[in-house]
Design a protein around this ligand. Structure first.
Ligand SMILES: Nc1ncnc2c1ncn2[C@@H]1O[C@H](COP(=O)(O)OP(=O)(O)O)[C@@H](O)[C@H]1O
Ligand SMILES: [Mg+2]
Length: 405
């Protein structure tokens, strides 16, 4: 069974999904813009073939190249777990006559305005929102919705070019800064705690689901470099205060007609208990969240997903054993990592509750924290008790220091 994987080796998590497909018996053909020799060994050894394309953004050229790729025929399935490639994968399916999500369906997971329209049409609470393509339209939308508003790209990711705007004056400043973004969504600002609802589905049926808590909200984490952002996989997903999110998650998947694969939804819970839709993507959450979900239940969702999409089966036994928190660290100073302080003490304190340590080594250049949430590395802690997990995560935030120079 030949399966095409778009971008099989990037980002890091995709390596394991690619391997998962091979483990479950697929012949995996990859397309990507990396040269084959630069693919991680783990991916290379599980690929039956690889096609390097000049750009993953040129859909028409790629369709032609894949069609002419004899070794990969007949293609039974096209998969993509990387946000910018989701539409390309849908186009390939349409053009090559492969079943699965088509372009119209995929657009509902990519275009934030179309997404919210479809979700709102099903009676689900979304922030008030308007599309805008000029500064004047933005101002008008903001006046109508009422300040504060959020201004963000129609198809953004990682909170890039996303701003909270509190007044007309601030909007002028933001518009001057985002001249390179052609179309934006102006939204009602929702003051709330932010969660995820993530699933693996088979033909419209949820076979695995998860809720994460973000600490703090992603937009806040992106505004202050000193913050060590956390994502927390929650053990007690049946808690009362999460009921609105669970129901919304199911309703959104139904409204958008999602069939098979991974989904990642974000939702907001206001202090008065109201639940508001954030966004949804037809792919797994990024920033190592799949690893975090694995740590929380001692399962392997990489092969679990592959089994679901290939064989329409999810045979992993799900036991929610732990809360699991990932804490991303940003070094102080610019340049190369010079010194790491506090790790020994944290390891002595928390011992086996620390599930993973993946910090940049001494001498490595710092990563751009605005471009990658993983920043200069992370720790994962886990514990059956939520408060114990949060306390450990906060200690990693305050007591672990990376210094660059
Ligand atoms: N309407 C809103 N009200 C409050 N905060 C928002 C709103 N929309 C976005 N944000 C903040 O901005 C972040 C990024 O926006 P999001 O729509 O999730 O785009 P992406 O994650 O694709 O960049 C969110 O995680 C949230 O913290
Ligand atoms: Mg988001």
């Amino acid at each position: 069974m030949n399966v095409l994987m778009v971008s099989p080796g990037y980002p890091t998590e995709i390596n394991y999904f690619t391997r998962g497909l091979a483990v479950h018996g697929a012949r995996v053909f990859g397309i990507g813009d990396q040269p084959e020799r630069e693919l991680p060994p783990l991916v290379r050894e599980h690929l039956a073939g690889y096609l390097q394309v000049p750009s993953l953004l040129d859909d028409a050229a790629i369709v032609k190249q894949v069609r002419a790729w004899k070794a990969a025929q007949p293609l039974k399935q096209v998969e993509c777990l990387w946000e910018p490639g989701v539409i390309l994968a849908a186009r390939l399916r349409e053009e090559l006559g492969v079943p699965g999500q088509d372009v119209a369906q995929a657009m509902l997971f990519r275009d934030k305005d179309a997404m919210k329209q479809a979700v709102a049409a099903a009676g689900i609470r979304t922030p008030k929102h308007q599309r805008a393509t000029s500064a004047a339209e933005c101002q008008r939308a903001a006046e109508q919705i009422g300040f504060p508003v959020i201004v963000k790209p129609i198809a953004g990711a990682g909170s890039a070019d996303t701003f909270q705007v509190n007044s007309r004056l601030e909007l002028d400043a933001v518009l001057a800064r985002s001249g390179h973004v052609h179309e934006v969504n102006v939204e009602e600002f929702i003051d709330a705690v932010e969660y995820t609802f993530d699933t693996i589905c088979i033909q419209g049926k949820i076979v695995y689901w998860n809720i994460c808590l973000y600490r703090p909200r992603p937009l806040t984490a992106r505004q202050e470099e000193w913050i060590s952002p956390q994502t927390v996989v929650l053990r007690d997903v049946e808690a009362d205060h999460l009921a609105g999110g669970r129901e919304m998650g199911r309703a959104v998947l139904k409204a958008l007609g999602f069939q098979t694969g991974f989904t990642h939804m974000e939702w907001y819970r206001k202090a008065n208990g109201e639940t508001v839709f954030g966004e949804i993507a037809a792919r797994p959450p990024g920033a190592r969240t799949v690893d975090l979900m694995n740590y929380a239940s001692d399962i392997d969702l990489y092969t679990g997903w592959a089994e679901a999409v290939l064989h329409r089966r999810f045979s992993s036994k799900l036991e929610r054993r732990y809360n699991a928190a990932i804490i991303f660290k940003r070094a102080q100073g610019a340049g190369h990592i010079r010194h790491i302080e506090g790790l020994d003490r944290l390891q002595a304190r928390f011992g086996a509750h620390i599930a993973a340590v993946e910090l940049l080594p001494i001498g490595a250049p710092r990563r751009n924290w605005l471009l990658t949430l993983v920043s200069d590395g992370f720790l994962v802690v886990r514990h059956p008790d939520l408060q114990a997990t949060l306390d450990m995560a906060d200690a990693v935030g305050t007591d672990l220091h990376l210094y660059a120079g």
